[in-house]
Write a protein that binds this ligand. Structure first.
Ligand code: PLP
Length: 461
């Protein structure tokens, strides 16, 4: 968010118990205080002000991890001072990052090569940074191929669905690439082969397929999109690579949908990203980017720095980054193993599909997706029901403490307004049942029927 400079904002008050005798009971809100205060007072002021933040675990809007085991939190606290970039100073943190890359590349069925030139990857601050890096690799590759062919490197484009996460629009705008977005259509909430095909041309640096869509949790058909591009290459000679934005699905599909072809088993998939801080089960921010082979990553994008000791190749937009998140990712991978991750994600999917099915039984809701891909689902209000909308429902749910966002879909489905629920580790059947119950109460109140008439005033937990 961009923030205005506001030195004249009204002051912040300090509760009498917290202000030391003779200490200030007012603090400037938007201006650096002139002097110091004792650490306990500072802690109390900040701690108390945050009380009005929502309860993270009741935040069904976010994909990002809101609960970790205390052992993981302890490890993170032990590593807070470690900077990920200082590979020479913290060689074991660096080694742990390398192990994570390898484990994750294996999870995505990356090919290995005896010469060590097989899959390569890195940690990032999140999927957004990973997507920028993958997009840049596409752009440089396309330019190199065009230059070699004596063709123009102007007007590159990237093909994607209108449902992409904002990071792809950012990539395109920040790095001068045209974002070619396939509009959605009734009954189709994401990109597919037919909608992508007309957008691809010789200026296309790549196609982004999403596993799964932020809008409704549905998986885009990666193998089908790749097959369309294979046919296109046979017809025209155009060789267009695919990047899979598996921000969420990268840590779901390998465990729950082992037969789904979406990863490096699809030869056209050049690179994949995932957010360690979504279904990777780590607190924000850590992401992962993996390329099929070392040569998918143009050498000119890799910087070698020697001022930290040793020769360190780096590919990233950030320099300093927290090391704790990478250590926490390693903890989760080691702690849970394949079977542990499978059980955690299956529990989330079971909760999501159960809840979606119950909500579908409440008039006037209708499912847009059912939680059977990402443990995420979206519901709409059935056509013709006009007494209230999804925004009213979202606002009422907030009075119970639930954060369930309401929004409209992008181009092609702008009239589709939904509520979306993201089920994550730590959100179990008990809470799910409560949400369904409260949703029923909200609908009854909004339709002017049922027991909960009038304005709900109390906080029901
Ligand atoms: C969340 C998300 C992103 C951005 O990821 P961050 O880790 O928040 O930077 C990108 N793409 C998709 C599909 C996402 O769901």
């Amino acid at each position: 968010m961009l923030h205005a400079h506001r030195p004249d904002a009204p002051p912040l008050s300090v509760r009498p118990q917290h202000a030391p005798p003779g200490g200030a009971d007012r603090l400037p809100r938007h201006r650096l205080p002139d002097g110091e205060m004792d650490p306990e007072t500072a802690y109390r002021v900040v701690h108390d002000e945050l009380l009005l933040d929502g309860q993270a675990r009741l935040n069904l809007a976010t994909f990002v991890t809101t609960w970790m085991e205390p052992q993981a939190a302890r490890l993170m606290a032990e590593c807070h001072e470690k900077n990920m970039i200082d590979k020479d100073e913290y060689p074991l943190t660096a080694e742990i990052e390398a192990r994570c890359v390898s484990m994750i590349a294996g999870l995505w069925n990356a090919p290995t090569r005896p010469d060590g030139e097989g899959a390569t990857g890195c940690s990032t601050l999140g999927s957004s940074e990973a997507c920028m890096l993958a997009g840049l690799a596409f752009k440089r590759h396309w330019e190199a191929r065009r230059r070699a062919a004596g063709a123009s490197v102007e007007r590159p484009n990237l093909v994607m669905g209108a449902n992409v996460q904002v990071c792809w629009e950012k990539f395109c705008r920040y790095f001068d690439v045209e974002a070619r977005q396939a509009p959605l259509a009734p009954g189709r909430t994401h990109l597919d082969a037919d909608s992508a095909r007309p957008l691809v041309d010789e200026h296309t640096i790549g196609v982004v397929a999403i596993l799964g869509s932020t809008m409704d949790g549905s998986y885009e058909p990666v193998a089908e999109i790749a097959a369309m591009l294979d046919a296109l290459e046979d017809e025209t000679g155009l060789d267009v690579p695919v990047h899979v934005d598996a921000a969420s699905g990268g840590f779901v599909a390998p465990f729950l949908d082992p037969d789904l072809l979406w990863d490096f088993r699809v030869p056209r998939v050049r690179s994949i990203n995932a957010s360690g801080h979504k279904y990777g089960l780590v607190y924000p921010g850590v992401g992962w980017a993996v390329w099929r082979s070392r040569d998918a990553l143009p050498e000119e994008l890799v910087f070698h720095v020697n001022y930290l000791g040793g020769d360190m190749p780096t590919y990233g937009l950030n320099f300093s980054r927290p090391g704790a998140q990478v250590v926490a990712q390693y903890y989760e991978l080691l702690r849970l193993g394949f079977e542990g991750y499978r059980r955690v994600q299956q529990a989330s999917r079971d909760t999501a599909t159960w809840m979606a099915a119950r909500i579908a039984e409440i008039e006037p809701f209708e499912l847009v997706s059912d939680g059977s891909e990402l443990p995420v689902f979206a519901v709409r209000i059935r056509e013709g029901e006009t007494a209230f909308d999804v925004y009213d429902v979202s606002a009422r749910l907030r009075q119970y403490g639930w954060l369930v966002p309401a929004y409209t879909f992008p181009e092609g489905l702008q009239d589709l307004a939904v509520l979306r629920v993201v089920v994550r580790n730590g959100f179990g059947p008990e809470l799910a049942a409560k949400l369904v119950e409260h949703l029923g109460e909200v609908v009854a109140a909004l339709s002017g029927r049922g027991a909960v008439g009038g304005e709900p005033t109390a906080f029901h937990h």
